[in-house]
Design a protein around this ligand. Sequence first.
Ligand SMILES: NC(=O)c1ccc[n+]([C@@H]2O[C@H](COP(=O)([O-])OP(=O)(O)OC[C@H]3O[C@@H](n4cnc5c(N)ncnc54)[C@H](O)[C@@H]3O)[C@@H](O)[C@H]2O)c1
Length: 251
Amino acid sequence: MKLDTTMAVVTGGASGLGEATARHFAAQGAKVTLLDRDADRGTDVASEIGGHFAETDVTDEASVAAAIDLARSRMGGLNAAVNCAGIAVGIKTVGRDGPHPLPAFQKTIDINLVGSFNVARLAAAAMADNEPESDGARGVIINTASIAAFDGQKGQAAYAASKGGVVGMTLPMARDLASSGVRVMTIAPGIFKTPMLAGLPEDVQAALAADVPNPPRLGDPNEYARLAAFIVEMGYLNGEVIRLDGALRMR
Ligand SMILES: NC(=O)c1ccc[n+]([C@@H]2O[C@H](COP(=O)([O-])OP(=O)(O)OC[C@H]3O[C@@H](n4cnc5c(N)ncnc54)[C@H](O)[C@@H]3O)[C@@H](O)[C@H]2O)c1
């Protein structure tokens, strides 16, 4: 696959890693549709990059089905889906206020894990109808986990469980979709300078950056976007999780 013939949906495309991916893909000649629940920002980014926007809740079956239909008709097809929509929560299993509220745990799983699967399954079904490229490729799905899937910290039980689920579904989905010519890859980012992180005080950001062995800084969302672009074009990458973290191992 080549970026200049890629027709991609990017969830979470209104902000952070998804926004950087949408911008980078569009700059490389891809057609892009942003799927996000933030309509104001999503519309702005889409118009800046000459793309499309569909207000979407990734946890909702009908919402994602409608967004994928819209994306296919606006772009003339669909052969890439990048799952960046997600939320971060920090609550201990038992904290000062008592046990972790179950709804917060369930909501995190619902958006980060169920939402990613919901988009992946509907995008893959659409891609299965594509004419295969000369190597049999019909499309690619890129999920976003986190290094918290492997070394989750205090307060990250819900977040780490949701991202562990994303890691766990990567290989079986790649196997399920092999006969359709659709690859499935997951990126596990370390700590990236996105709106999710930029709200933290400068000294906290500096402390986080200092823990990264090399290079000792936060990740740039463009670095995520460039890896996503590489995955689209590198047809032999499949069924694997790539850490993108400057060798950070969280304690
Ligand atoms: N920033 C980091 O350091 C970091 C590290 C590891 C993993 N990640 C993961 O990367 C992904 C993107 O993170 P980010 O830092 O760009 O966050 P962000 O908050 O900047 O962007 C997330 C986007 O997802 C959208 N979104 C949230 N829930 C949604 C829903 N139900 N339906 C549709 N859209 C929804 C938001 O509106 C927002 O535009 C997340 O899955 C996050 O867990 C981020």
